[in-house]
Design a protein around this ligand. Structure first.
Ligand code: NAD
Ligand code: DAU
Length: 332
């Protein structure tokens, strides 16, 4: 593999994967990114321009997609509208980018016989009860709850159909909640870290009992590379690092990491349809491909993330006021 097209490579997880490719492999990278509110050129700053090129464009633009896909060996498709709260306010862009954008990419990949890897989420499986001993596996039935997760589920099903009907050389991965540097301040962990920096109390939806299965974005990238490198075509792999925590505990950990008193946060109005718990069983990925996470210690990873946001205010500050204004308008 010499040349990879990474869609959404100026976003949080996509840019992490581009950094991974530049640092750990010798492949060349073309990033296709629309630079929506969630995309940021600065997340790709300082890279060797002989090996990494950013093309600003839309994954729904079939002419552009066809031309880019025709000249690479593999596509890794991260580009998406990614935020549940936004999908509850305005679902349309989620249908366009997540469904039609995926359609454009898999059509181009099949036409040009190019390897395709599809990035997806554990949210396609719906949620679990807090006391359910089971976790999500590759055979858990799809049961998405939100406009965001239903469009991701739809895109996964398109890929599965293209594998079966057209022999598309594809793999799919469904990962749990990522944290780490370069995450937009609309998301839970960076929203609270930057609130504390601004002297604002963190905001917890509802009672805060909802559980997410946290994984460092670097571990997501190493898992995607393992699948791209040696995953079996047509297969789905779940990516997770045994990081289940409820939201209340995560806020308490952020407060502790930032030297703030325990309990200094606010309960605010809950998200409609809020999924209760996600939990990933990543046995297949670990046993078949030999992948293991490097960031087993959530507290250490969180402290490093706090330090990153303290040291990179110039990266997140331009988005902060508008993001909070949007939340205030929603009563959150
Ligand atoms: P993000 O919102 O930070 O980044 C999305 C990127 O896609 C941005 O750079 C944006 O400009 C770009 N983009 C959006 N619409 C586009 C379009 N029409 N054409 C081209 N580019 C477009 O998202 P993220 O959190 O980095 O998530 C990336 C992928 O990973 C998504 O597919 C998401 O479903 C999946 N995922 C995310 C998580 C998580 O915890 N954040 C977990 C599992 C899976
Ligand atoms: O599980 C993977 C998914 O994780 C990805 O597919 C999504 O792209 C990604 O955004 C994330 O979805 P969540 O909805 O779980 O993430 P979010 O950061 O929005 O919220 C995490 C939890 O924190 C969730 O239970 C809602 C809660 N929350 C969120 C915000 C923004 C709060 O309590 N307060 C907040 O201010």
């Amino acid at each position: 593999m010499k040349h990879v097209l990474v869609t959404g490579g100026a976003g949080f997880i996509g840019s992490n994967f581009v950094h991974f490719l530049m640092e750990k492999t010798d492949v060349s990278v073309t990033v296709l990114d629309k630079l929506t509110y969630a995309g940021n050129r600065a997340s790709l700053a300082g890279m060797d321009s002989a090996r990494m090129q950013l093309v600003v464009g839309d994954v729904c633009d079939t002419t552009l997609v066809d031309s880019l896909v025709s000249s690479v060996d593999a596509v890794v498709h991260y580009a998406a509208e990614s935020h549940n709260d936004n999908s509850l306010q305005d679902p349309r862009p989620f249908l366009d980018t997540n469904i039609i954008g995926t359609f454009a990419l898999i059509e181009a990949a099949r036409k040009h016989g190019v390897r395709y890897h599809h990035i997806s989420t554990d949210e396609v499986y719906g949620d679990l009860a807090l006391d359910d001993p089971e976790r999500f596996t590759e055979s858990t039935p799809y049961n998405p709850s939100s406009p965001y997760s239903s469009t991701k589920a739809g895109s996964d099903l398109l890929v599965r159909a293209w594998v079966r009907s057209f022999g598309l050389a594809a793999t799919i991965s469904n990962c749990s909640n990522n944290y780490g540097p370069y995450q937009h301040v609309e998301k839970f962990i960076p929203r609270q870290i930057t609130n504390v920096i601004d002297g604002v109390r963190p905001k917890l939806y509802g009672a805060g009992e909802n559980v997410r299965d946290w994984i460092h974005a670097n571990d997501h990238s190493s898992a995607v590379w393992a699948i791209l490198d040696r995953g079996r075509l047509g297969e789905t792999y779940l990516i997770g690092a045994d990081g289940e925590k409820n939201n209340k505990d995560v806020i308490e950990s952020i407060l502790a990491a930032m030297g703030e008193p325990a309990g200094s946060y606010e309960h605010i109005v809950d998200r409609p349809g809020h999924d209760l718990r996600y939990a990933i069983d990543s046995t297949k990925l670990r046993t078949e491909l030999g992948w293991t996470p490097d960031y087993a210690d959530f507290t250490a990873g969180l402290e490093a993330t706090v330090t990153w946001y303290r040291e990179h205010e110039a990266w997140w500050r331009p988005q902060k006021a508008a993001t909070e204004a949007k939340y205030v308008a929603q009563g959150q």
